[in-house]
Design a binder for this molecule. Structure first.
Ligand code: ZN
Length: 312
């Protein structure tokens, strides 16, 4: 019997783009005609997409007879940005446009605004939207953003941490919520030695969510995950100066609580190797939502960590 993935029907939208190629494809696959309508979307931020796109393929390995709803997958929402390995594509010059800030889009706008306008009807035609982000090429993260009215979806994902979602004007999830669609924003995984561990966590989370919604039948119910920890007071830690970043805590630290004073990493001067800044966990229980697991050269003010505290 065919798998769900093998049963997808693929569609391609031509989005106005470069002179040389005229159009950039926006591809999506669909299968199923009745029941709850699920849309999985990855790569609205181009550098965050590949891990979640692979997770979609792994999720849909089950036989087609197990599908009890309708699934639409959009593996690469922002193809130009994905190819450039950047958050946004460069084609909206002179201004970089965040695809995740321009929903429901503008059919007469710049490339990214048109892309949002093509994606919007695919989002609108859904009962549930799983918006897959992640650490991407330079960082790894381990949390989901929970939306009012979609709490069970956030819990099903089984991420180490859950935070309440901020209202992001023009965001894909904000747009979906305005239409009464259940949503979750998944910020899990990214490039690291543990990238397949996190990819498989995303697969398990989506499997649980789809099983609970009656969209995916399974012989054995998915295992109950470790309960996610509620966190609040999200903070971004930035580099005070540019230089060579050497992490002390690597991929094993993401998704963990670290005691105050734990050395996280340091920045050395690019020219003299002088130690310029040491990052340390500031809270008695510092929740590591995002970190950079590998050495790199960073600019001053670069985002280095996202941390939080256990919610009261
Ligand atoms: Zn993102």
């Amino acid at each position: 019997m065919k798998s769900i993935f093998e049963s997808l029907t693929w569609h391609e939208i031509q989005v106005t783009s470069h002179a040389a190629s005229r159009h950039i494809p926006l591809a999506y696959g669909e299968v199923g005609t009745v029941g709850t309508r699920i849309t999985l979307v990855a790569g609205t931020h181009g550098d965050e997409g590949p891990w979640s796109a692979l997770a979609m393929k792994l999720l849909l390995r089950h036989p087609i007879s197990n599908l009890k709803g309708r699934i639409r997958i959009i593996p690469t929402a922002n193809a130009l940005a994905a190819e450039a390995n950047t958050r946004n594509s460069s084609i909206d010059s002179p201004n970089s446009v965040d695809l995740d800030s321009c929903f429901p889009g503008n059919p007469q706008g710049s490339h990214t605004e048109r892309l949002a306008a093509h994606l919007a009807p695919l989002i609108a035609d859904s009962d549930v939207v799983i918006d897959l982000h992640g650490g991407g090429s330079w960082c790894v993260n381990a949390f989901v953003k929970r939306f009012e009215g979609s709490e069970e979806l956030a819990t099903a994902m089984g991420a180490p941490f859950i935070s309440n979602a901020p209202n992001k004007p023009g965001g894909l999830t904000t747009y979906a919520r305005s239409l009464g669609i259940k949503v979750v924003n998944v910020e899990v995984g990214g490039r690291s030695g543990a990238e397949m561990f996190w990819c498989n966590q995303i697969v398990s989370g989506m499997e649980r969510a789809l099983y609970q919604m009656g969209v995916l039948a399974l012989d054995t119910p998915p295992a109950t995950p470790e309960p996610s920890m509620d966190v609040a007071g999200i903070e971004v830690m930035r580099a005070q100066v540019g230089g060579i970043f050497v992490p002390t805590v690597r991929e094993e630290g993401v998704g963990k609580l670290l005691p105050a004073g734990t050395e996280l990493g340091k920045i050395l001067d690019l020219h003299t190797l002088e130690e310029l800044q040491v990052f340390a966990a500031p809270h008695p229980q510092t929740a590591m939502l995002l970190l950079r697991p590998q050495m790199c050269v960073v600019e001053g003010s670069a985002l280095m960590y996202v941390i939080a505290k256990p919610a009261q």
